[in-house]
Design a protein around this ligand. Structure first.
Ligand code: ARG
Length: 463
């Protein structure tokens, strides 16, 4: 193994400091762009052929060698042991090794600045598509879980205090909605990602008559960058991806938190499958929700990557600056983190056990029907503010007696308000509490059945 030759040289008389050379290197991580680098290089070679810069034979030699390089790289991890500054110089060095001087012609009319921007977009486009698929699997798990527990009821909370009962499926669909927005955000960002910078060269544009449209078509880009300075400087697509992933992590983390709390003995609503829980080395009774805790915990690293990308960019003068090499690890780790968190979350949801008796029992207790009693009084002509006050006093009485509202006898309820009648007990039932939430977006059985059907139809429309 010899130290690689720098890509520059002519202007330099001194040697590069070994420590700095190491510091400057990105190959340890940007080798992940290897496939994209070869692909973009083949397209650039075709562009040079079309522009008359390369002869047919030269282009064929270069393309053939690039394909060999790709095969070797895919077959043997050892191939990457050769030291290199970055993935671009690595591929070029292998090319020259294979075909000599002809290989040195490939860099005509391009710069690592437009190369890296092109490679990164190509790589991230595939990655983003994979995130969308993984997101869909979590949505599918949420929807199947809801569909298989159509009758289940769950206490709804605000301030983590019992508030009003909801259908379990309504809770599942709440997370389904969040992930739908995430999916839309990714799809929207993809439009701006799928633009080709190649041809911007170092910063000013290329001086060769390369048909950029044809190159873009070959690489599957939907559009060309319109300004060369912007093309090599723009890393908005990294920030947008990390930002969209940050919101996904917020959603997964909140879901994780709900699942963790609901799986405690105190709640006892859910039980995680053995497949995604761990035990304690000391306490034999323990079943810990490590899977969901890690998802919650990993949210922070994705937020951190978003912030480091923003900070890295904010003070940069146009056009390319080496600061931008710092974009890679932030985006790579964002993609890896989001992919693994989505996969684990889907597994948790697919295997979770819902204790419907326990959730129903919890939903029927703790004065979750107090608002319903106030609404009942309103239906009988009492102003809501007054009804609220009256029910508050009834709750106090029930608390004194250690009973639920519906356990108070009719005559006692009438002491608080003469409009109360026998039909109050029906109004206070769990089912009628749910049934009254029948406006669009509410938790009545009818609304949730429709919402489930709409969610199912939207999933079916994706495939
Ligand atoms: N490794 C570099 C990066 O990731 C590639 C671009 C280098 N360009 C340059 N002018 N030094 O940003």
């Amino acid at each position: 193994m010899t130290e690689p030759k720098n890509l520059w040289g002519g202007r330099f008389t001194g040697e590069t400091d070994a420590g700095f050379a190491e510091f400057n290197r990105s190959f340890a991580f940007d080798r992940r762009l290897f496939g994209a680098e070869v692909r973009a290089s083949i397209a650039h070679c075709d562009g040079l052929l079309g522009a008359g810069v390369l002869s047919r034979d030269e282009a064929a030699a270069i393309t053939g060698a690039l394909k060999t390089i790709l095969e070797r790289g895919l077959a043997d991890a050892e191939y990457f042991a050769e030291p290199a500054e970055d993935v671009h110089s690595f591929v070029e060095a292998r090319l020259v090794e294979l075909i000599g001087d002809t290989g040195r012609k490939l860099h005509t009319g391009r710069s690592r600045n437009d190369q890296v921007a092109t490679d990164f977009r190509l790589w991230l486009r595939d990655e983003l598509d994979a995130v969308v698929v993984a997101l869909g699997l979590v949505q599918e798990s949420l929807l199947s879980l809801a569909e298989s527990h159509r009758d289940a009821v769950l206490p709804g909370y605000t301030h983590l205090q019992r508030a009003q009962p909801v259908l379990f499926a309504h809770w599942c669909l709440a997370y389904f909605e969040m992930l739908t927005r995430d999916r839309e955000r990714l799809a929207d960002g993809r439009k701006r990602l799928n633009v080709m910078p190649l041809g911007a060269a170092a910063l000013a544009g290329t001086s060769y008559p390369i048909d950029r449209e044809a190159v873009a078509r070959e690489l599957g880009f939907a559009a060309l960058s319109r300004n060369s300075l912007d093309a090599v400087s723009d890393r908005d697509f990294c920030v947008e991806f990390a930002g969209a992933c940050s919101l996904i992590m917020v959603h997964l983390s909140r879901l994780a938190e709900d699942i963790i709390i609901y799986s405690t003995t105190e709640f006892g609503f859910f039980e995680l499958s053995d497949a995604v829980a761990t035990g304690s080395s000391l306490m034999p009774q323990k079943k810990n929700p490590d899977s969901m805790e890690l998802v919650r915990g990993k949210a922070g690293r994705v937020f951190g990557h978003t912030l480091s990308l923003l900070t890295m960019l904010k003070g940069l003068p146009l056009a390319y600056n080496k600061d931008m090499q710092e974009d890679k690890e932030a985006v790579f780790d964002t993609a890896d983190t989001i992919t693994s968190c989505l996969a684990v979350t889907a597994t948790v949801l697919r295997n979770i056990r819902v204790n419907e008796d326990r959730t129903r029992d919890a939903a029927a207790k703790g004065f979750m029907n107090a608002t319903e009693l106030a609404d009942y009084l309103v239906r009988k002509g009492v102003a809501f503010r007054e009804a609220h006050e009256t029910v508050g006093r009834i709750v106090l009485r029930a608390l004194e007696r250690g009973v639920e509202l519906q356990d108070l006898p009719l005559n006692e309820l009438r002491e608080f308000s003469p409009v109360v009648d026998q039909d109050v007990f029906e109004a206070l039932s769990l089912e009628s509490t749910l049934a009254t939430k029948s406006q669009r977006g509410g938790t009545s059985r009818g609304q949730v059945t429709e919402a489930l059907a709409a969610a199912r139809a939207s999933m079916d429309a994706r495939v």
